[in-house]
Design a protein around this ligand. Structure first.
Ligand SMILES: [Zn+2]
Length: 118
């Protein structure tokens, strides 16, 4: 997979050659499968750029920055909240009210941004 290379492009100076320093996997919530809650054990890799001497964390293509849920899971929760309620979805997904509301707000602001771009 493309994002599992040991050297990647530095987002600060755009030089290819960020060196892998450490990997601290995190758990990312994904869509449930057959009614079972799914967490992906996701590599979260930190790099060091020798060119500009800065550290940076690899961005994952399927998770928004600093999020703990996959994009498709957030999309799913967003749709569910619209047809049910935050309370209902929170019960079904075993997440707190705040977590569901947080996902909803995040998706809502993303969609607003996309509409605004037109
Ligand atoms: Zn750099």
């Amino acid at each position: 997979m493309r994002f599992l290379q040991d050297e990647i492009t530095c987002p600060h100076c755009n030089t290819h050659g960020g060196k892998l320093k450490q990997n601290r996997p995190i758990l990312i919530r994904d869509l449930s499968v057959f009614g079972k809650i799914v967490y992906l054990n996701t590599p979260r890799r930190q790099f060091y750029c020798q060119h500009c001497q800065r550290h940076f964390t690899e961005k994952l293509p399927f998770v928004d920055w600093e999020r703990r849920y996959t994009q498709r899971y957030e999309e799913y929760v967003y749709q569910r909240v619209q047809s049910a309620s935050v309370e209902q979805v929170s019960r079904d997904e075993y997440l707190s009210w705040d977590q569901i509301q947080g996902i909803f707000n995040h998706q809502f602001s993303l969609k607003k941004k996309m509409i605004g771009k037109k």
